[in-house]
Write a protein that binds this ligand. Structure first.
Ligand code: HEC
Length: 702
């Protein structure tokens, strides 16, 4: 009785304190460190360990069939939705594309406030993989968001008013931010993206109260060889510089951005972050094909207070395929061969599942979780991959698995301490790598040193069928100790959503076809599904409020897979993003989406002054990354069906004058001549009429 009374008093005191100081006022390191056992969702991956496992079990196999919609919200953007909502003190915070922030009453769905950072639409061009945002961080009454144009903004958790805002990047460079900040010991941690274009990556720590920079760690040496006055100076001098001999990196930036995973272990006081691929992708261009290129494609551990280097593990030394190691990381305690280990687990793009001792960076195991062709395995004595020599592409085309979209991308995986399994949203896709003839740095454009046209060359019907059969998506329940899949659910499409695991022994995942599913965590048996009407890529999260368990997720297709490979995804136009929140017995109904009418165009009388063969080359080198190889897409406008290709004037208004720049379709006048643009139009008109793809003699055919 006494304990209950004490507990009640304590609960009242906390509520009172929260009321007096405003919502989320008591979110601090202790609360986030113990979030694994909490009914809330306090940080991007739930708590510092980022297991995405909630102990909540009110929703379980016996009642999940009655899970229905409790409430929903619809947003004003139809681009990709990647955020994980957080739920603290009864308020649910989420973000949408274009870095907008929303706060809802988590029980009723009533909007409390919203914040629009008013990102310039032109900035959309610098986002390789859609204008997405993965969510906020919360600390002592403030909500933090990184914006697409590189700002870190602190908002009052109660009102959404801006407390402070800092520019974390050089606005003249093609940096963007899509990742969620994390807060550790009164420091807000934020990285950035832009490695396809050419930037030098880093992670920064800002004072949570004032926005003052505390430390910064560059992942690539300073091209002048000078010190930056940064936390990384010492390790760059001792280890980094020597791994970067000659090559284009000094001009292009080297890449190595920190655009997603940042995790923290309070017991070791270490921060772990993942580092992106190198720029240009092609290591032969980047550093003359020599050197490991630290810290490209690495997991790096630093001290929380100072950002000083502790250890690193490089998954791809001398990386050359866009195989980044920024993918989500999970911290857990595992017993391997009878020995307990504090581990860090990651399934980066390259298709291997890594278990690393997080006290010292020593590799404990690495095993491929999907078929890969670039390496036959990982050498356990050196920790280095055993590469297939053909993977180091040059003049010859190397059709390789995984593709740059990765065997696993940013879509968060989950770990259930109950089953001991990691649930991986996995992807399989081949990509034709070929070196670019005469690479030249183009500031502001994509700089890969790879001939993207090789990935868009005509295939025979048999090759097309073989290629389509290689493209798969799956949810894999992976045993990280035994290093094997325990069960696998095959998906109809390759680009699916992040995962949630719960104490109710359930695993939740949304999928490209427009469904969200629940599975028995032990055997993968499907126990629930719900039609979302639009593709899902964001992970679900869960919380308990007023004795009721809720499951929430953002709905809205988009992201890198959707923009660059729309041919392999459902033919669906862009639809407004939604937040769906479920509970047992929920009876709310979200209206069906209104599908915009597909314009019917007649190309029979359309003529151009362009050369479709050259247009084919220009298109695939400049437009493929957002409109799909050979304009096979339909999510961003299907250009071969666009009314705007019928006259040069209309086409130029978009591609040269930039009338749609406010939506992220900038003017290409910086990069293309008027005749190039007319040639692209000729190519698109030809494709719209059903012409075969041009055959080029200079491009190796596969
Ligand atoms: C960074 C991504 C990106 C790249 C690269 C890109 N586009 Fe776009 N494009 C977009 C977006 C986003 C839209 C939709 C804009 C809107 O909603 O108004 C679009 C729309 C268009 C449209 C309007 C179609 C219509 O029916 O409304 C045309 C034409 C177009 N793009 C041509 C091109 C061409 C040609 C290239 C290459 C030279 C190219 N785009 C490269 C993102 C891109």
């Amino acid at each position: 009785m006494r304990i209950i009374r004490l507990g009640l008093a304590l609960a009242m005191a906390i509520t009172l304190a929260a009321c007096q100081k405003g919502p989320a006022a008591t979110v601090d390191g202790t609360r986030i460190a113990t979030a694994d056992s909490s009914n809330e969702w306090l940080s991007y991956g739930k708590g510092y360990s980022e297991q995405r496992f909630s102990p909540l079990d009110k929703v379980n196999a016996t009642n999940v069939s009655q899970l229905g919609l409790a409430w929903y919200a619809q947003f004003d953007t139809d681009r990709g939705q990647e955020a994980t909502p957080l739920m603290v003190d009864g308020v649910l915070y989420t973000t949408t594309a274009w870095s907008k922030v929303y706060a809802f009453d988590a029980a009723t769905g009533k909007l409390k406030w919203s914040y629009d950072p008013k990102v310039d639409g032109n900035k959309g061009f610098d986002a390789c993989c859609d204008v997405v945002n993965r969510g906020v961080a919360i600390w002592k009454g403030k909500v933090y968001v990184g914006t697409l144009d590189g700002r870190l903004v602190a908002l009052d958790a109660g009102t959404g008013a801006v407390a402070w805002s800092v520019q974390t990047t050089d606005p003249k460079k093609p940096f963007t931010i899509t990742g969620a900040p994390r807060v550790v010991k009164d420091k807000v941690l934020i990285g950035n993206s832009g490695a396809e274009y050419g930037v030098r990556g880093y992670i920064s720590a800002y004072d949570a109260a004032t926005g003052k920079l505390v430390w910064r760690f560059y992942t690539i040496p300073n091209p002048t060889g000078a010190a930056d006055g940064a936390a990384s100076d010492k390790v760059m001098k001792e280890k980094g510089q020597a791994t970067w001999p000659e090559g284009a990196w000094k001009l292009v930036g080297g890449g190595g951005t920190v655009w997603d995973a940042i995790v923290y272990d309070p017991s070791l006081d270490m921060i772990y972050f993942g580092v992106d691929n190198g720029t240009p992708w092609n290591q032969k261009e980047r550093s003359g094909g020599k050197g490991d290129n630290l810290f490209v494609s690495s997991i790096v551990a630093v001290k929380a207070d100072t950002g000083e280097y502790v250890w690193h593990y490089q998954v791809n030394p001398g990386e050359s395929w866009d195989y980044s190691a920024v993918q989500p990381m999970i911290l857990a305690d595992l017993t391997i061969a009878g020995v307990p280990h504090k581990v860090l687990m990651q399934a980066p793009k390259n298709g291997f599942f890594y278990v690393v001792d997080r006290t010292n960076g020593k590799l404990l195991s690495a095993k491929n979780f999907v078929p890969v062709t670039w390496a036959s395995g990982i050498d356990m004595t050196t920790g280095r991959p055993i590469e297939n020599p053909a993977a180091r592409y040059g003049k010859d085309v190397d059709l390789q698995m995984p593709a740059p979209l990765g065997a696993h991308n940013w879509h968060p995986m989950a770990f259930s301490p109950k089953t001991g399994l990691v649930y991986i949203p996995a992807q399989q896709m081949p990509f034709a790598f070929q070196g670019e003839d005469g690479f030249k740095y183009k500031p502001g454009a994509w700089n890969l040193g790879v001939n993207l046209l090789a990935n868009a060359t005509p295939l025979s019907p048999a090759q097309t069928a073989a290629m389509a059969a290689m493209i798969k998506g799956s949810l894999i329940a992976w045993d990280p100790v035994a290093q094997k899949a325990v069960w696998t659910v095959q998906r109809p499409y390759f680009w699916n959503a992040g995962v949630l695991a719960t104490g109710g022994n359930l695993v939740f995942q949304g999928a490209a076809e427009g469904q969200v599913y629940a599975y028995d965590a032990t055997n993968g048996k499907q126990v629930w599904s719900y039609p979302t009407g639009n593709g899902v890529i964001a992970p679900p999260m869960t919380y308990e409020l007023g004795g009721e368990q809720y499951v929430a997720l953002m709905v809205g297709s988009g992201g890198g897979g959707q923009v660059s490979a729309p041919a392999y995804l459902p033919k669906r136009p862009r639809l407004p993003g939604r937040l769906l929140v479920f509970k047992i017995g929920g009876t709310a109904k979200a209206p069906d989406f209104v599908l915009p009418a597909q314009p019917d165009i007649d190309l029979s009388k359309v003529t151009t002054n362009g050369d479709p063969k050259h247009g084919y080359v220009v298109f695939n080198n400049n437009c493929q990354v957002c409109h799909g190889a050979n304009a096979t897409g339909s999510w961003l406008p299907d250009l071969k069906r666009s009314p705007l290709i019928t006259t040069a004037q209309d086409f130029n208004s978009v591609v040269i004058q930039g009338v749609k720049a406010h939506n992220g379709m900038i003017s290409f006048s910086r990069f293309l001549k008027a005749q190039d643009v007319e040639d692209v139009r000729a190519f698109l008109v030809g494709q719209g009429k059903g012409d075969p793809l041009p055959v080029l003699t200079t491009v190796a055919q596969k």
